[in-house]
Design a protein around this ligand. Sequence first.
Ligand code: CP
Length: 323
Amino acid sequence: MTISLKGRSFINTMEFQPAELEHLLARAREFKLSRPPRALEGKSVALVFFNPSLRTRVSFEVGIAELGGHPVTMSVGTESWTLEYREGAVMDQDKTEHIKDAAQALSRYVDAIGVRAFPGLKSREEDLADPVIECFRKYSSVPVINMESALWHPCQGMADALTIHEQVGRVKNVKVALTWAYHPKALPMAVPNSFAAIVSQLGADLTIAHPPEFPLEKRFLDSLPRRPRIVHSKEEALAGAQVVYAKSWGGSAFYGRWEEEKRVRDGYKSWICDRVPPGAVFLHCLPVRRNVEVSDAVLDASSIYDQAENRLHVQKAILAELV
Ligand code: CP
């Protein structure tokens, strides 16, 4: 079967068939073994950051350069105008330009647009609409690559899947545990959503552990092709796991009520990942708060740097195949 992904945006792995994801992962493995083709020769990619980054920014810039392309990175509000996303907004407050205009102007200059825009964590309904990346998708005439949005971090999910494949030899039927971890702040759900999505799409046997107050969105879990088992004990999730992924995320029931969330959250400081089953592969997307989310001992015996490196290879595969 010939797979052509040219011209498509990469917002969320759930918009791709498992065979298409396997194709991208195979390309990433090729690119990791030998220098990739100059697939972006003469092309430019805008990288638009509403939020900070270490891995995403560097791996995209380096990957685009290795493909022969030219990255143009901008931080919204400091290196470009502040951007509005609400349709029909009366822009008499702090936002200088609408994404409707920015995306169409950028599309005249570049061949793809990468966007990083975290959730506001104030309105659950607004965050569930993933408004910034969807506004870019609506108004761009070139592919849009999600560099982490309110709901999804698909490039991270692809790197996670590549790392599992390297370490275990496959993803299908691998026993995977995704465990909530304590963190002093409410964090987005993009990473756990994308990890759960891709391992489910590729047929892993996924268990998700979290305190009762911190579920992932039910409508998201219901949409997964292979439903995960949900437990409220990390020990139960980790028993027999071949892969353990620790990540903190916010409580959707607490939107806009941070003080209440903090009280509940602070009762779960024991949810630090300080041991994994013998031989298990440990993953974390980074950045990580050492000895708060995960112990030094677990991190220092883990695959987190392979996982971080794999961002580079999967993103080159995505750019080479879609742009
Ligand atoms: N994992 C990840 O996206 O890292 P950064 O936030 O540093 O880009």
